[in-house]
Design a protein around this ligand. Sequence first.
Ligand SMILES: Cc1cc2nc3c(=O)[nH]c(=O)nc-3n(C[C@H](O)[C@H](O)[C@H](O)COP(=O)(O)O)c2cc1C
Length: 163
Amino acid sequence: MKSIVIYFSYSGNTKELAKVAAERTHSDICELISPEPLPEDLQVLHDNVVDSKLYPDKRREPLPLPFDPARYAVFIIGSPLWLGTYPDFFISYLQSIDWRGRKVFPFVSFGGTKGNYFEKLKEICKGASVDQPLEMHSSRIPGEAEEFELWLDRINKFTWNIK
Ligand SMILES: Cc1cc2nc3c(=O)[nH]c(=O)nc-3n(C[C@H](O)[C@H](O)[C@H](O)COP(=O)(O)O)c2cc1C
């Protein structure tokens, strides 16, 4: 059964986890990028994210994916947390997938406060079986984190059992 790691990363932490996860679970990998260029200045980015949360003026349409989701049964989904949740455009990508009958292994990279992102994810992935998320603080090195290893083992056991 095919699996894929899909992820977004602004400053590289999630990307590092995503690459190791894809390698160790023998999954395909796809980076999802923002449809609009993101500011390089962290403060400007932060202000933009706050604005879009305070004034959610544009209801986003689902964004087309750069791969065919019908080919995959297992989705390993990674993102940084922005204001406690997923970036808006990341959610729009996830909304393009028919989640029925799929298995989801979420992981997030965060720097301090975790919000209600997991509730949001479960709401989007209607019909999927969504595993407990792996939450990696940005100060942790994935190779040294025992919970990262255990999480990879869990994914591998799952994909092995459904082969
Ligand atoms: C705009 C913005 C908002 C953020 N908001 C949060 C937050 O609410 N909670 C948190 O724990 N970390 C927050 N962070 C920190 C990131 O989640 C953290 O640095 C993460 O490891 C970045 O992953 P990346 O390198 O893959 O982009 C925020 C970072 C940015 C740029």
